[in-house]
Design a protein around this ligand. Structure first.
Ligand code: PGA
Length: 280
């Protein structure tokens, strides 16, 4: 089954509710000036800007998500937000296990697992963030660390194929430079092979694996074209303006168009189905 490309941005602790209408209006303008984008798009505003985003993005192909949630459905959890609350607020996605949550809020992959299954049960698409540390990369154990993280979080989960995995090397987030194209392609390939061995080939072929960490309009095109296992981009700083996000959408959309052209060409040349995983 074909995988649809996906591009999204986490706003982190940025953009007040009042900043959302101008962002959405400008993005809408930019999207209308582009060929229709046959890809999935999302923004993850702070909780307090979700309502404004729901209103401002109404009728737009851009879907909403949250940056975190609690694993229980309700209860005495001061300051927390449940999956049902996110669904009610208009969310389709929720990012889980972002490295800033792990580093500054003592989250663990055990907690992320509980959140992921609660999100899936509520019908949300988890954007499951995983990534090796700089020490793990230097020790040459990045893939082992990634397997441990994914294996822990998805253990016992149903609907695993619906998860979006965001591969975000911790050493590449918020930096001047992204990971190299070849490095990203290798990690994505290893993640997909791990998923095939653990959850079966059918699940692995549907699972979308997107890259995040210092993605910009300057490096986005080569990152997305870097390997058949790169299914999209997850962007922080470079998409905190509507124009920045529009640039990234244009890049991912162009990648989707090329994949579809390759497929058509393959069909014409061989008279059968092409093998590009991103079209069909
Ligand atoms: P960045 O953030 O694009 O600003 O590096 C990425 C992320 O934290 O997901």
């Amino acid at each position: 089954m074909a995988r649809r490309f996906v591009v999204g941005t986490g706003w982190k602790m940025n953009l007040l509710a009042r900043d959302v209408p101008p962002y959405a209006a400008r993005l809408g303008e930019r999207l209308r000036a582009m060929p229709p984008a046959d890809i999935d798009m999302f923004v993850l505003p702070p909780f307090t800007s979700l309502h404004a985003a729901r209103v401002a993005f109404a009728g737009s192909p851009v879907r909403l998500g949250a940056q975190n949630m609690h694993w229980e459905a309700s209860g005495a959890w001061t300051g927390e937000i449940s999956a049902a609350m996110l669904v009610e607020a208009g969310c389709t996605y929720v990012a889980l296990g972002h490295s800033e949550r792990l580093a500054y809020f003592a989250e663990t992959y055990d907690l992320v697992r509980r959140k992921a299954s609660a999100a899936l049960r509520a019908g949300l698409t988890p954007i499951l963030c995983v990534g090796e540390s700089s020490d793990e990369r230097q020790a040459g154990v990045a893939d082992i660390a990634l397997e441990r993280q994914v294996g822990c979080v998805l253990e016992g989960c149903e609907h695993i194929a619906d998860v979006v995995i965001a591969y975000e090397p911790r050493w590449a987030i918020g930096q001047q430079q992204a990971a190299s194209v070849a490095y990203v392609a290798d990690r994505h390939g290893a993640l997909r092979r791990f998923a095939a061995s653990r959850y079966g080939d059918a699940v692995a072929q549907r699972l979308r694996i997107i890259y995040g960490g210092s993605v910009t309009p300057a490096n986005g095109a080569e990152l997305i074209a870097g390997g058949a296992d790169v299914d999209g981009l997850f962007i922080g700083r470079a998409a905190w303006t509507a124009d920045g996000f529009a640039e990234m959408i244009a890049i991912v959309s162009a990648a989707a168009t090329s994949a579809s052209d390759r497929l058509q060409q393959g069909r014409a040349e061989h008279g059968g189905a092409g093998s590009d995983p991103h079209s069909g």
